[in-house]
Design a protein around this ligand. Structure first.
Ligand code: FAD
Length: 482
């Protein structure tokens, strides 16, 4: 009888422990995925990740076919589907890589129990993280709450080797009932139709394992050297842009770990950059362990004193933020990059998120939800954790009273305004001295640049100084109540 491999956000053949173990049984291997918008507690994907998923599943099917197998995709609640697939396929065992949020674990446990009752063995593996949450604890045996000691603990640990892809997967034949129940990737409705807003994303990205692995090789060749300094400059190709590939498991963190470590061993002058890059991969593990232990992370402030935060409800201001029309060029460039390409540079994510939460005093959950819908790398752990970090309500967060000045941030990290020019064309002709604060430019300069304040480009929707004061006052009000 065949064995099954259930792919879940691990859309690759290399370093896929569940697939490798299934192939090692010597049985025929049937591969499937489930688009699950129905299980309790699982958050349906946003628009941009649905778009990515389409290409990711197509690429996975393609790669599996070339290796002797193929992919069937089903739609519905995994709990009601997976048992049926296993029975109808006459499978003796099912293999999958583990997931870590409480809701996902609940679904997987229920499925495992159901299958065990049916006499079908379920085998699970770590394919998503460097280290699973329960394997790293502080001296008291508790999860780390602070990143730096967590980082130190991880840096001192060996990371399991990355597995090679199977040379050949002995595929089998699906029973016709399952072939009929499966849905072709193109019919899942993942790609937008009218309006088709994905053109900018198509121009920017290639999806799938090959693109992810090539992106990593390119990063090692071209951008690892200098990463520690360049990563904060949005106009420079200074980061790896692997986040959507990591999100969908088109590359594994173990592959990155060993690849980068080998680069640094070969070329010792890369040590600082390699360490910085690996620390970002460790942030990813850290936020996954946080979501694992604190499942409320996307839904409510980790620090309960933020429950009483006097958020403002200014729908017009939030709309301006979403559309990149706040009048602060660095914020607007970021929000437009996000809308056009499905991705935003990390430094600008921090500035734009801080602006929403602190300058507009908007509940961080509004921003988290917008990013969830528009980011191709939207990830339940990284997104929620990063928003709470910015809002000051998360574990080991930036303190609330640290409020980014969007002009100073722009001047520091995009000094010539190149990043702004590429996403806010209506002010592209302004000289660098004014590109971060068009309202300071003399009329003649504005005129020469073709900028009409308040017409071609908005004036700031809130002035920085008073907005900052208002935010600090709101924060102080928490203390006076406490
Ligand atoms: P690189 O600098 O090349 O880093 C390599 C990898 O490390 C990234 O791909 C990512 O997997 C991981 N990483 C980097 N920074 C972080 C971080 N701060 N926290 C956790 N992992 C990190 N990242 C997501 O993957 N998904 C999200 O939904 C997400 N939402 C965010 C929301 C806000 C408000 C902020 C401030 C940050 C968010 N991040 C998120 C983290 C970070 O911005 C992105 O991971 C990074 O910009 C991706 O670009 P890159 O792959 O070029 O990063």
């Amino acid at each position: 009888s065949p064995v099954l491999v259930w792919f879940r956000d691990d859309h690759r053949l290399s370093d896929h422990p569940a697939l490798a173990a299934a192939v090692a049984t010597g049985s025929r291997v049937l591969c499937f995925a489930v688009l699950d918008d129905d299980s309790d507690g699982l958050r349906p994907l946003g628009g941009a990740t649905r778009w990515w998923l389409h290409g990711s599943l197509e690429a996975l099917d393609d790669a599996l076919r070339r290796t002797g197998s193929g992919l069937l995709v089903f739609k519905g609640s995994a709990l009601s589907i997976v048992g049926r697939i296993a029975i109808e396929a006459g499978a003796s065992a099912i293999f999958w890589n583990r997931r870590y949020s409480a809701a996902e674990i609940a679904v997987d446990r229920a499925i495992k129990k159901h299958l065990t009752d049916l006499g079908i063995r379920a085998h699970s593996f770590n394919g998503r993280l460097l280290h699973e949450p329960w394997t790293i604890a502080n001296q008291a045996g508790k999860p780390f709450q602070v990143f730096t000691p967590y980082l130190r603990a991880v840096m001192a640990r060996p990371v399991a080797a990355a597995l090679p892809p199977p040379k050949r997967i002995p595929g089998g034949t699906w029973p016709s009932a399952l072939l009929d129940a499966a849905i072709p990737v193109g019919a899942l409705g993942l790609e937008p139709s009218s309006p088709d807003w994905a053109d900018g994303m198509r121009a920017e990205w290639r999806r799938g394992e090959r693109a992810g692995q090539e992106g990593f090789e390119r990063f090692c060749r071209e951008s690892l050297r200098g990463y520690a300094d360049n990563r904060d400059h949005p106009s420079v190709q200074g980061t790896s842009r692997l986040s959507p590939h990591l999100r969908f498991g088109e590359i594994s963190p173990r592959q990155i770990w060993h690849g980068v470590t080998a680069e640094a061993a070969r070329e010792p002058s890369l040590a600082r950059d390699a360490e910085k890059y690996l620390s970002e991969i460790i942030w990813r593990d850290f936020s996954h362990q946080m979501l694992h232990y604190y499942p409320h992370m996307p839904d409510r402030p980790h620090s309960s004193r933020f429950d009483r935060f006097p958020w403002s409800e200014d729908a017009k201001a939030v709309r301006a933020w979403q559309k990149g029309r706040t009048g602060y060029p660095i914020v607007d460039a970021g929000m437009r990059q996000l809308w056009q390409t499905g991705w935003m540079h990390n430094r600008v994510r921090m500035i734009a998120a801080s602006f929403l939460v602190k300058h507009l005093l908007t509940d961080w959950r509004r921003g988290e939800a917008w990013f969830w819908d528009t980011l191709v790398d939207a990830d339940p752990a990284n997104n929620a954790f990063s928003w709470q970090w910015i809002a000051g309500s998360g574990p080991d967060s930036a303190p609330f009273h640290r409020i980014f000045n969007p002009v100073a941030q722009g001047e520091k990290f995009d000094p010539d305004g190149d990043y702004i020019r590429s996403f806010v064309p209506e002010i592209a002709e302004l000289p660098s001295g004014f590109i971060h604060k068009p309202w300071d430019a003399p009329p003649a300069v504005l005129h020469a640049a073709g900028v009409r304040r308040g017409e071609t480009y908005p004036d700031p929707i809130v002035p920085h100084g008073p907005a900052r004061e208002r935010a600090l006052q709101a924060f102080r009000s928490l203390r006076s109540v406490a």
